[in-house]
Design a protein around this ligand. Structure first.
Ligand SMILES: C[S@@+](CC[C@H](N)C(=O)[O-])C[C@H]1O[C@@H](n2cnc3c(N)ncnc32)[C@H](O)[C@@H]1O
Length: 219
């Protein structure tokens, strides 16, 4: 799907991916990452997800990146809390109740836009992208995170004909190995079976590499 196709989806309200309550993979497994409350969390392709509010309630400063301005507006409408407008070197966005959402293309988002992150959360980001973009996404995510940063990744395993179609896309374990294992230590934490029989897997990823003194991971 192109960026324009995502924007059309938001304009037309075709956002069936959006959940009313925090994802169980997040609420059940986030504590397994053993992060300090103040750890900053990056949420790529964040939509207007209430998962970000859940993370903020745990004490984390949260920064989401989202293409569609409509998502930012709808997110703020989910609370009566004050909304601040923020601008970070070309990325404009909003901040509300500990959640900042910057509007723009994730692939243009750099460390100097967002600062240093000790963690990330990916639900329906990787699996929203077609194969070639997934490779770019995994590499880009690695560039944004310092060694030692930890994340929760939720993937989807489909069966039969459904494998060919997306988003959301089927991502096999073999592909995950290819996408992430050069830059991340990957650990399987658990799985859920959705109503339609598709399986969601929950992974912990830890950015590999020697910890750079200049980029303190705040865990
Ligand atoms: C499947 S939705 C998932 C949203 C959110 N993670 C959730 O769980 O509800 C994918 C989102 O990524 C956004 N998106 C797609 N490509 C993007 C890009 N290159 N940069 C930033 N956001 C993007 C879409 O607008 C959409 O809101």
């Amino acid at each position: 799907m192109t960026n324009d196709a995502w924007l059309s989806r938001w304009d037309e309200g075709r956002i069936g991916f959006n959940l009313e309550s925090p994802h169980t993979g997040l609420t059940d497994y986030w504590s397994a990452l053993a992060l300090a409350r103040h750890t900053r969390v990056l949420v790529p392709l964040c939509g207007k997800s209430v998962d970000m509010r859940w993370l903020a309630h745990q004490g984390h400063p949260v920064v989401g990146v989202e293409l569609a301005q409509a998502a930012l507006l709808q997110f703020t409408q989910g609370s009566d809390d004050d909304v601040e407008h923020v601008s970070r070197d070309g990325f404009k966005g909003i901040r509300q109740s500990g959640v900042e959402i910057l509007c723009g293309d994730f692939f243009q988002f750099r460390r100097d836009h967002g600062g240093s992150f000790g963690a990330f959360y990916d639900r329906a980001a990787l699996i929203a992208l077609p194969p070639a973009r997934r490779q770019r996404y995994a590499f880009h995510l690695a560039q944004l995170l310092p060694p030692g940063a930890v994340g929760l990744l939720i993937t989807l395993e489909k069966t039969g004909e459904a494998i060919k179609h997306g988003p959301p896309f089927h991502v096999s374990r073999k592909e995950l190995e290819h996408l992430f294992d050069a830059n991340f230590e990957r650990t399987w934490l658990g799985e859920f079976t959705a109503i339609d029989g598709e399986r969601e897997d929950i992974w912990q990823l830890v950015r590999k590499g020697p910890v750079d003194d200049e980029i303190q991971v705040q865990r």
